[in-house]
Design a protein around this ligand. Structure first.
Ligand SMILES: Cc1ncc(COP(=O)(O)O)c(C=O)c1O
Length: 379
């Protein structure tokens, strides 16, 4: 049987026409009209005022921290419960990540702990230079509370919406709510350019500076003149064509993923020991990934379920391992309440791509149910 992947790319069928158009007009080189159009369409969809298409979400985060003036020795607050791509750009700038744990309701940064962490950092002589907020697995963080804290201390916020395109926070699209936001079009994201990202911002001046840094910091003169260190981070015109084709199906993709989550929940929530996390009141998740929790008292571990699925050629994956537990970040200051460690211990991500069929979903459900009940019988 073919392997069932966690998040395979899902073509809309509209990509190839746009790629052909890029070829037929010889716009395959970096930048070009597809990039401009993709940026404009992402702005129209998210409500962001400006967008800069780049080579990855990680590059967009790196740019956003540079645009905020983060430099050597500065502290930047980042959730512990996230993918390392949220935290690595802090280290690219020789700045120091300060990790803050999650709240149970949204799995994202805990505002009360954030407040406590900032207060403590100030007491130690350092006002954090920026706060990175992540909408993990497509579920929106408690942005109102976090933005209020940022405003109170005068700390700017970057929204890492790499996983949450199409998710809404109080009705507004994620990624466009803070002054700086970041999207990813990596192969496993809700829409993909095979690899790519986007910087979203409120200010035209910031967007222009972002474009300048992302195009090798080339001064606007006929020869190559450089007064700053630049990066080769812009998206190619060809990949922007793929992105435009993908974006046309974003609403359908969100609805399908939400339906997948709901169906898993309907079939698996009655199984003793399995649970799902509801959207908090401010969030309408894009359900990028369906995640379950397996309670320790069930007598079954997430790893046993993962191996049972794997033996049927089905991919599943533990939740993100928290950053404060990563060897590379273990010396960084961390404010921990146990939530991310519990989620890492008890969680499992299930196949959730928008191309997943109902029959395949039911096959996943059967294997999980069988593993849970069989284990119980033998316990
Ligand atoms: C939360 C989060 N932040 C940042 C990134 C980095 O994006 P990219 O892979 O496009 O560099 C990713 C995903 O890959 C992510 O899931």
């Amino acid at each position: 049987m073919n392997r069932l992947y966690l998040l395979p790319p899902h073509l809309s069928g509209m990509e190839l026409e746009l790629v052909k158009e890029a070829f037929s007009t010889n716009w395959i080189a970096p930048l070009g009209p597809m990039v401009d159009a993709f940026e404009a369409e992402i702005c129209a969809f998210t409500g962001a005022r400006h967008a800069v298409a780049v080579s990855s979400g990680t590059a967009a985060l790196h740019l956003s921290l540079m645009l905020l003036g983060v430099s050597r020795g500065d502290e930047v607050i980042c959730p512990s419960f996230t993918f390392a791509g949220s935290a690595f750009p802090i280290r690219y700038l020789d700045a120091v990540p300060v990790f803050v744990d999650s709240e149970a309701s949204s799995w994202n940064m805990d505002p009360a702990l954030l407040d406590e962490a900032i207060h403590d950092r100030i007491g130690r002589g350092a006002l954090p230079k920026a706060i990175i907020v992540v909408h993990l697995y497509g579920q929106c963080a408690n942005l109102d509370a976090i933005m209020e804290i940022g405003a109170r201390y005068g700390i700017p916020i970057v929204e890492d919406a790499a996983e949450s395109l199409g998710a809404r926070h109080r009705g507004r699209q994620s990624g466009s709510l803070a002054p700086l936001g970041v999207l990813s079009f990596n192969g496993n994201k809700i829409i993909t350019t095979s690899g790519g990202g986007m910087l979203l911002c409120h200010s035209g001046e910031t967007a222009d500076r972002g474009k300048f840094l992302a195009t090798q910091a080339r001064e606007p003169v006929p020869w190559y003149e450089h007064r700053a260190i630049g990066f080769n981070y812009r998206m190619s015109n060809l990949l922007a064509a793929v992105g435009r084709g993908q974006l046309k199906s974003i609403e359908e993709r969100v609805e399908r993923r939400r339906a997948i989550f709901n169906r898993y929940e309907q079939l698996l929530a009655p199984v003793p020991g399995l649970s799902f996390t509801a959207d908090p009141p401010w969030s309408r998740s894009n359900r990028w990934l369906t995640c379950i929790r397996i309670a320790p008292h069930s007598g079954v571990t997430p790893e046993e379920i993962r191996l049972a699925l794997e033996s049927e050629n089905i991919e599943s994956r533990p939740l993100w391992k928290p950053m404060h537990l990563q060897p590379i970040f273990e010396v960084c200051p961390s404010y921990i309440n146990g939530t991310s460690e519990m989620l890492f211990r008890e969680g499992l991500c299930l196949p959730s791509g928008s191309s997943l069929t109902d029959a395949d979903l039911e096959r996943v459900v059967d294997i999980i149910t069988h593993t849970m009940t069989n284990r119980k019988k033998h316990a």
